[in-house]
Design a binder for this molecule. Structure first.
Ligand SMILES: Nc1ncnc2c1ncn2[C@@H]1O[C@H](COP(=O)(O)OP(=O)(O)OP(=O)(O)O)[C@@H](O)[C@H]1O
Ligand SMILES: [Mg+2]
Length: 232
């Protein structure tokens, strides 16, 4: 579904990604792992067109994404939930959700009712403004908003960072339901335990390239990989 080959990207004069290779197959949950500054966010942003692709290929189905603007990538069926969430603080929960649906221009099975069924808490909170939500509630809203654009591929940056263990568990269950609904997921997270529970396969980034890739279980149980690239 998504094939990234030799991806080179960076900021200003410094290259951050020096040739990143990975793929995501339809229906999978794939994790990008790696320490702080390894390039996980930059990789997601490059796929989305938010960071310029300087070299290599980013193919989504039959379309080359390199050089496309973020709105074009979104129209093709990819949604991105940034780590800082970017909720509109002055809009209510419901307005945040509806705006995403109208802005995307994509139609499909995801609407207000379906998002509220997935996140019952958001239905309760629907008249509150973005600023009145807790961190966990904002993460739910950010994911709900991305689903309102009816994506085929969902990019999630640090979906559980800073969340209480109980909320993390709830989000894991929600990701399973999203996946069962037919949405493919590529997530970036340092939390090995979380990735182990939700992802089928993983790729470990370090020094601007993928150092290890394979089934999530194999990555998580390989002590050498964990010590070298993931342990803090
Ligand atoms: N806007 C920016 N301008 C300049 N350099 C940046 C910018 N954003 C990130 N970088 C640098 O690029 C490198 C990779 O950062 P990136 O955010 O992709 O890593 P990450 O794996 O997502 O890390 P984290 O776990 O902290 O989220 C880091 O060295 C970082 O300092
Ligand atoms: Mg990051």
């Amino acid at each position: 579904m998504l094939v990234v080959e030799g991806l080179v990207a960076g900021y200003g004069s410094s290259a951050v990604l020096h040739g990143v290779d990975f793929e995501v197959r339809e229906g999978e949950v794939v994790a990008l792992l790696g320490r702080n500054g390894a390039g996980k966010t930059t990789t997601l942003r490059a796929v989305m067109g938010l960071v310029k692709v300087r070299g290599g290929r980013v193919r989504f189905r039959d379309t080359e994404l390199a050089g496309r603007a973020p709105f074009e990538v979104a129209h093709l069926g990819i949604a991105y939930v940034p780590d800082d969430r970017r909720i509109f603080p002055d809009l209510t929960v419901e307005e945040n959700l509806l705006l995403a649906r109208y802005a995307s221009g994509r139609h499909g099975a995801w609407d207000l009712d379906r998002v509220y069924r997935l996140f019952p808490a958001l239905r309760e909170l629907r008249h509150l403004r973005g600023t009145q939500l807790s961190g966990g509630q904002q993460k739910m809203l950010a994911v709900g908003r991305a689903l309102m654009s009816n994506p085929d591929l969902l990019l999630l940056d640090e979906p559980v960072e800073g969340l209480a263990p109980l909320v993390v568990r709830q989000l894991e269950q929600t990701l399973r339901e999203i996946r069962q609904a037919g949405v493919t997921i590529l997530l970036a997270d340092q939390n090995l335990r979380f990735c182990r529970r939700v992802a089928d396969r993983g790729y470990v980034l370090d020094k601007g390239a993928v150092q290890v890739g394979g089934p999530m279980e194999a990555i998580a149980s390989d002590e050498r990989t964990v010590r070298q690239y993931l342990a803090v």
